[in-house]
Design a protein around this ligand. Structure first.
Ligand code: SF4
Length: 429
């Protein structure tokens, strides 16, 4: 259950040393994308990095310029190692929680705090303690249902549509009849994720001939095909599970089109920078990036108007998808703040402050039905305009006949909404 993809170059990848250090001279011209037997090695990590910024993808996967170590990957990687140790038994008994923590410590101590990406020993020690607590809580939470999985840290490369696609599944459980449950452990922030990574697991797992062989080897019966019975993200810090049913063919089809489109762009060596605050602020390649001024300012986005319309359509689609994913997260966070705030209040994080106000808001389910009620009772004029405020004004008026109020209420829902005014703390930029 090691942190995937960053540690394991996919089959067929070029593993030559970079032509220059991270902050050294510009690298030599990029070789053609790595291939094996004409196949392009691809993975979910590659897809997401390409969609984030094609130039960053080039620096990392084509030029092979190493990124600086990231402390959050170190913690995740050692937690994965400890969980792998826990489940790597053919039959109970399982290792004790002390042994699991010892496995975590062994892996943690393989690198110094600097090699792990921490600025100070103290920060590294704090995360070590956090990891131990996390594993103890995981063990306690799962103690009663520990069972040896079918496969652990299962890595496979499958040829499909001119690609050699690698997946590494943390844990696969066999449910009989060719059905498998794939688990992916997450150790970062607890955000509900869009299941796109799981689409990749589904597509590749169900095409993988080795998996059928392994079922035959382990369970002694042949299956004609493997089918995903379910997929889950397990968030280790909170012990929360996000379960996803098998995606339908339409979802997988449009996801796969996205993969093929990105792969085609890699083949065509389209590596234009796609600057943005989020991706650039975490980018180790700023000093190599022609879009970065070197003054510490964010690079300016390329002028969209200069691009061909096909490029703009794809870019628009990707941005829209990103907005939708962010909107889901934003709603969840707002709900969490609302729940904590109760009837409202003021709160401060380390960077932001928030004023929260609880309100009740009417919503009407069917606009046409509301107009029908207003017409029936000759209230159309009273609403003045058919805005929410106008209709609510009619609904709350004392003069409204009871029958009309009843009919309007059938179309209305009263919802609790939280108005959150957010501000950056003074002195922070
Ligand atoms: S600095 Fe921004 S635009 Fe440049 S490579 Fe990094 S992510 Fe891409």
């Amino acid at each position: 259950m090691k942190k995937k993809s960053d540690k394991h170059p996919a089959a067929g990848e070029n593993t030559a040393s970079p032509a220059a250090g991270l902050f050294g001279d510009l690298p030599a011209p990029a070789p053609a994308p790595a291939r094996k037997s004409g196949l392009l090695a691809f993975s979910y990590s590659k897809l997401s990095l390409y969609e984030e910024c094609p130039l960053k993808y080039k620096f990392k996967y084509i030029d092979k310029i190493k990124e600086e170590p990231k402390y959050y990957f170190s913690l995740g990687s050692s937690i994965h190692t400890a969980l792998e140790f826990l489940y790597a038994v053919k039959a109970p008994p399982f290792p004790s929680v002390e042994e699991v923590c010892e496995a975590f410590k062994r892996d943690w101590n393989l690198k110094s705090y600097l090699e792990k990406g921490y600025r100070t020993q103290q920060r590294s020690d704090d995360d070590f303690q956090k990891g131990v607590l996390m594993l103890r809580a995981y063990y306690e939470h799962n103690r009663a249902r520990l069972a040896p999985p079918f496969l652990l840290e299962y890595s496979t490369d499958v040829e499909v549509d001119g690609l050699l696609v690698r997946i590494i599944a943390d844990k696969i459980e066999y449910q009989g009849g060719g059905s498998v449950l794939v688990t992916d452990y997450k150790t970062g922030k607890d955000v509900k994720r869009a299941p796109t990574q799981l689409y990749m697991y589904q597509k590749i797992t169900e095409m993988d001939p080795r998996l059928r062989e392994k079922i035959a080897e382990t369970y002694g019966h042949k299956v004609a095909s493997v089918r995903i019975g379910g997929m889950l993200y397990y968030h280790v810090p909170s012990n929360k599970e996000y379960r996803f049913a098998r995606a339908d063919d339409r979802e997988i089809g449009s996801f796969w089109e996205r993969v093929l489109e990105a792969a085609e762009s890699v083949r065509s060596q389209k590596f234009d920078p796609a600057p943005g605050e989020r991706q650039c602020s975490w980018c180790d390649y700023k000093k190599l990036c022609p879009n970065f001024s070197g003054s510490g300012r964010m690079p300016q986005p390329a002028r969209a108007a200069d691009d061909p319309v096909e490029t703009l359509v794809d870019r628009y689609g990707r941005l829209k998808e990103r907005i939708d994913e962010l909107q889901v997260q934003l709603n969840e966070v707002a709900e969490g703040i609302g729940r904590a705030a109760g009837s409202g209040g003021e709160y401060a994080g380390s960077q932001y402050t928030a004023k929260v106000k609880k309100n009740l808001k009417w919503e009407f389910k069917d606009r046409e039905a509301v107009i029908g009620v207003l017409n029936q009772f000759e209230l159309y004029q009273k609403a003045l305009t058919l805005t929410l405020t106008g209709i609510v004004g009619v609904l709350e008026s004392d003069a409204l006949p009871e029958e009309a109020r009843k009919k309007l209420l059938e179309q209305a829902v009263k919802k609790t909404v939280y108005e959150i005014k957010i501000a950056k703390k003074e002195g922070l930029i």
